[in-house]
Design a binder for this molecule. Structure first.
Ligand code: GLA
Length: 338
């Protein structure tokens, strides 16, 4: 096995937030920025890892991976362990991790890291089904890093295509690429800078509420719930968000197909209002970032990812100038060997 390099991108979810773990719909795209992992074969029976941008390192014996306290090591060890458990051969090597994707900005740096490590460890001859690989990476996040996240980030990173968004129906999942043509409009993300300390607990709390609503309604997933369920608050509002957000995903895909960026902008705004008012996942910093984008001329802006901080996505008209610090984002190809 010669040295090889694997790249996995971060993602932006155009719309369809807090729907993936309720069997719902999402419309993410992979971005240009991501994580690159170089694998150099070695002897012995260890994987030696260097996180170049952090100046940190790790090493573990293949087949004897132990959980690491949360942080990048948990993802690397988990990826190696889950690949072995799924019957893939993990060979001894030296891994070097480099990233040009901001961490903790809600752009799925952890999914990008896990996917890139998996592709680097799998090598050129082992090319598993990408949906199965997304599920494996999601197990790493759930079981090794203790984040009860869904499948959105991993599918987007693995299955993104240049110039396309990916409509995902999590029931299946069923996947359909939709041209992301915006008629000269541009998308940009702005990091809210909110402290991420509460993000994981807020996310897990919302998931627990959704689960409770599901049990009370006797449905398999909230996508099957009525939009106006007979439930106490805040559960009724949580359900309404999920049901209406699913409808907005199809409306957004239709707006893209019809070449109607104004309609898309309005849907982004409606999604944000719902995440703020019905799902209660915003923070003052996120609201300020949305306002900054609107003040700069955005025709739609909303929080992306799990909320409680992270980045805001905004749609700017032709010639519009995103606010200082914003990062222009475009749909690019998904994870690959370089
Ligand atoms: C995070 C999770 C995803 C998804 C989003 C919310 O990004 O990793 O699985 O639940 O939040 O849409």
């Amino acid at each position: 096995m010669a040295e090889l390099r694997a790249f996995a991108p971060g993602r932006v979810n155009l719309i369809g937030e807090h729907t993936d773990y309720e069997d719902g719909l999402c419309l993410p795209f992979a971005i240009a920025q991501g994580v690159t992992v170089t694998a150099e074969p070695t002897g012995g029976r260890e994987v030696v890892v260097e996180a170049a941008d952090l100046g940190e390192a790790d090493r573990f014996a293949i087949g004897e991976e132990r959980p690491a306290p949360n942080g990048w090591r948990a993802f690397v060890r988990g990826a190696a362990a889950e690949l072995s458990a799924a019957g893939h051969e993990v060979r001894p090597c030296r891994l070097r991790i480099e990233a040009d994707l901001p961490r903790d900005a809600g752009l799925s740096s952890s999914a990008a890291l896990t996917v890139a490590v998996c592709l680097a460890l799998l090598g050129r001859d082992d090319d598993p089904d990408r949906v199965a690989l997304a599920r494996l990476c999601s197990r790493v996040e759930n079981d090794w890093a203790g984040q009860r996240t869904g499948l959105l980030d991993q599918l987007a990173s693995l299955l993104g295509r240049d110039g396309r968004a990916l409509r995902i129906d999590m029931r299946g999942p069923e996947l359909r690429h939709v041209p992301l043509e915006l008629g000269g409009h541009r998308l940009a993300v702005l990091d809210s800078g909110a402290p991420r300390a509460l993000a994981a607990s807020g996310y897990n709390e919302r998931r627990a509420e959704c689960l409770r609503a599901r049990e009370l309604l006797g449905v398999e997933a909230l996508r099957d719930a009525p939009p106006d369920p007979d439930l106490p608050e805040p559960l009724a509002s949580r359900v309404r968000h999920v049901v209406e957000e699913n409808a907005r995903v199809d409306a957004a895909a239709a707006a893209l197909e019809a070449g109607d960026p104004a309609r898309l902008g309005a849907l982004l705004g409606a999604s944000h209002a719902s995440l703020r008012d019905l799902f209660d996942a915003s923070t003052p910093e996120v609201e300020r970032a949305v306002e900054a984008c609107r003040a700069a001329g955005a025709i739609g802006a909303r929080m992306v990812g799990g909320g409680f901080g992270g980045s805001v996505l905004a749609l700017f008209p032709p010639g519009g100038q995103p606010p200082p610090g914003a990062l222009a984002v475009e749909a690019r190809a998904g994870a690959r060997l370089l």
